[in-house]
Design a protein around this ligand. Structure first.
Ligand code: URA
Ligand code: SF4
Length: 233
């Protein structure tokens, strides 16, 4: 079957998925969108209010900022694939819980397997930890290149983080230019950070424990999270 057909079938499954508690509170699931043969895939944390209303990823304030970053990098949204680690909005934009991420991960893994991107860009700590391992920190991993199963991962801060911490606007704008440069050429072996050097054995976590260590902090508004609800560290 063609990639697009498989992605559409996955999206249909996601739209009626009952596999975790987020199904009970969602308006629309947000499977993701973009090119079925994308060279680059962006993976955020989870849908926010606007995404839940429309079923489309990154269309609120964080999405607008992401669009600006993509433009700066000369990347068209139509050429990439944009999705999230959980496809349904966590209530009040809280960080997705470990069991929700686990329940939803088959969809993300299937999307990656079908699209076969050359690069995956985890946006923010939740996405980074889900995709590459719980020991990684976005502050240290941003703009580094990791390789897993033949795919190159280059994490960036989550665009919503910059909406609440203005210092990160410049950081992300600089990082996107670094990314642009790296996407335009072959990555050398000596630029690839050895994942086994940063990843220790995954710790067993309680099912209801949030992915992020800053679980007690509350968000301040309704687009994507304020400080603390995003896994910045
Ligand atoms: N933040 C995310 O992580 N994903 C979205 O789709 C929107 C905001
Ligand atoms: Fe299913 Fe994922 Fe939505 Fe949970 S978040 S109901 S696993 S699609």
């Amino acid at each position: 079957m063609e990639k697009l057909n498989i992605l559409n079938e996955l999206a249909d499954e996601i739209k009626t998925c009952p596999k975790c508690r987020l199904a009970e509170t969602r308006t629309h699931a947000v499977p993701g969108e973009g090119s079925a043969s994308a060279r680059i895939m962006f993976v955020g944390e989870g849908p926010g209010e606007n995404e839940d209303k429309t079923g489309r990823p990154f269309i609120g304030q964080a999405g607008k900022f992401l669009n600006g970053l993509l433009e700066k990098a000369g990347i068209s949204r139509d050429d990439v694939f944009i999705t999230n680690i959980v496809k349904c909005r966590p209530p009040a934009n809280r960080v997705p819980l470990a069991d929700e991420v686990e329940a939803c991960s088959d969809y993300l893994m299937a999307q990656i397997a079908v699209i076969e991107p050359k690069f995956v860009i985890p946006l923010g700590g939740s996405s980074l930890k889900t995709l590459l391992g719980p020991d990684l920190k976005i502050t240290q991993a941003r703009c580094k290149v990791f390789r897993k199963s033949g795919i190159l991962y280059i994490p960036l801060y989550h665009p919503a983080a910059a909406l609440h911490r203005s210092a990160l606007v410049e950081t992300l704008q600089a990082d996107i230019l670094v990314l642009k440069e790296m996407l335009s050429r072959d990555i050398r072996e000596d630029e690839i950070t050895d994942l086994s050097a940063v990843v220790t054995k995954p710790k067993a976590k309680a099912a209801s424990e949030p992915q992020d260590e800053k679980k007690d902090e509350k968000k301040k508004d309704d687009d994507k999270p304020a400080d603390g609800t995003l896994s910045l560290f």
